[in-house]
Design a protein around this ligand. Sequence first.
Ligand code: ZN
Ligand code: ZN
Length: 129
Amino acid sequence: MNETRKTANYKITAGKNGNLYGFFCGLSKALVCESAEVKGASSEEELCIAWEGYGRKHFNKCRKCGIWVADAMYNPDMLNCVRCSPIEDYPDYCPGCGAKTREPSYFCHICGSKLFYGGEMSDEKAECD
Ligand SMILES: [Zn+2]
Ligand SMILES: [Zn+2]
């Protein structure tokens, strides 16, 4: 399905004074963030409040398949999720602190950000020969 979604997948939990919205990564299916209790005049409005106020900043939208994914599942060079654009090339610059990267390593030597995602999603690797 290539439908474009307005928000990440979510689950609603009823709270005392409103609903709590938990937002999930479209790829890893991990719970990325949960809103505080929100209340809206309609369910659309409520979702909008939770998404704009809490969820959205933790997500990136894949331009190819339209799902919302957490930072770790996003290829910022291609603006796609890592399923559509696996990060296979080692980045020249750290996406976390902008430092020039040195020898290939999974993590930035300056800030510890994750640099390389290839191979994390599955065992099958693109073979270039
Ligand atoms: Zn995608
Ligand atoms: Zn860094």
